[in-house]
Design a protein around this ligand. Structure first.
Ligand SMILES: Nc1ncnc2c1ncn2[C@@H]1O[C@H](COP(=O)(O)OP(=O)(O)OP(=O)(O)O)[C@@H](O)[C@H]1O
Length: 259
């Protein structure tokens, strides 16, 4: 039994948009240094969940503690302090096309931490090398890179400030299986190297198995299963079974709306 304070602890988190209830009482806790993968169908609120922890979305109700400190309702300055310890790889990379690669990577260093440009460029090039990219890409525009390279730049940006919490939103989507595995290894290594706590959203079960220490499944606005990745094939939970095997038949019924 562990008595350590969880790195991140959510309790009874609710979020609606208009009449649509997306999160309906999420309880979830993540230990420091562990890697959690969140699975669940499209539109079930996985992104809303991580944006709530990041403070980009404000839940209607509940508690989100980071290192034991309540972050719901924090003022702008305290919120910025909490966010400074977090790195995020957004879906699709979300790179600024008007900035060269190194400035994309260095953005949080220059804007968030006030690191001088020259020093920030050095750090950016070091982080690019950690994700297997050479200094030759530093001056290129993101549009000049392949999708896999853009993901790696996004990853270099996420780790640029050595955050202790990392979020990855569908890091392998749209990549070929080999590049996906390269990204999985990079994530795994960076989490280990930084001793960071990571939350990854993915639909890619091969990636989940590789990245995760723990897996949590979200369904109808709640976490319906949470356990060690080794137990995912024996969860005894029919929703998890259906999801990981990608079966159309089972307790999860897809809502198919036609125009
Ligand atoms: N800012 C917003 N305003 C209104 N509705 C939103 C907003 N953000 C998310 N939603 C709605 O919340 C629901 C959950 O969205 P979310 O992006 O979290 O899903 P997801 O589980 O990450 O899906 P996917 O796997 O397809 O990326 C969707 O119905 C979405 O339309």
């Amino acid at each position: 039994m562990t008595t350590a304070t969880p790195k991140i602890a959510l309790a009874d988190v609710h979020k609606s948009f208009g009449r649509k209830q997306v999160l309906r009482g999420v309880d979830l806790s993540i230990d420091a240094g562990s890697s959690l993968v969140v699975i669940g169908g499209s539109g079930t609120g996985k992104s809303v969940l991580i944006k709530s922890i990041l403070g980009i979305i404000h839940p209607d109700k509940g508690s989100i503690r980071i290192d034991g400190r309540e972050t719901m309702g924090l003022g702008a300055r305290d919120r910025e302090e909490v966010m400074a310890g977090m790195g995020m790889l957004f879906q699709g990379g979300a790179l600024f096309d008007s900035l060269p690669v190194w400035q994309n990577v260095a953005f949080g260093l220059i804007q968030g931490k006030g690191v001088a440009r020259r020093k920030a460029r050095e750090i950016a090039i070091e982080k690019l090398s950690l994700v297997g990219l050479g200094a030759d890409v530093a001056e290129l525009a993101p549009a000049e890179l392949s999708g896999g390279m853009q993901k790696r730049v996004g990853l270099a940006r996420a780790i640029a400030t050595d955050p202790d919490i990392l979020f990855f939103d569908e890091p392998t989507t749209g990549l070929d299986p080999i590049m996906a595995d390269v990204i999985n290894d990079l994530i795994r290594n960076q989490v280990k190297r930084l001793g960071a706590t990571a939350i990854t959203i993915t639909h890619d079960m091969a990636s989940a198995r590789k990245i995760a220490d723990h897996v949590a499944m979200i369904y109808q606005g709640r976490i319906i299963w949470h356990g060690p990745v080794e137990e995912i094939d024996h969860s005894g939970n029919p929703y998890v079974d259906q999801f990981i095997h990608g079966r159309a038949d089972g307790p999860i019924q897809m809502e198919l709306r036609r125009p």
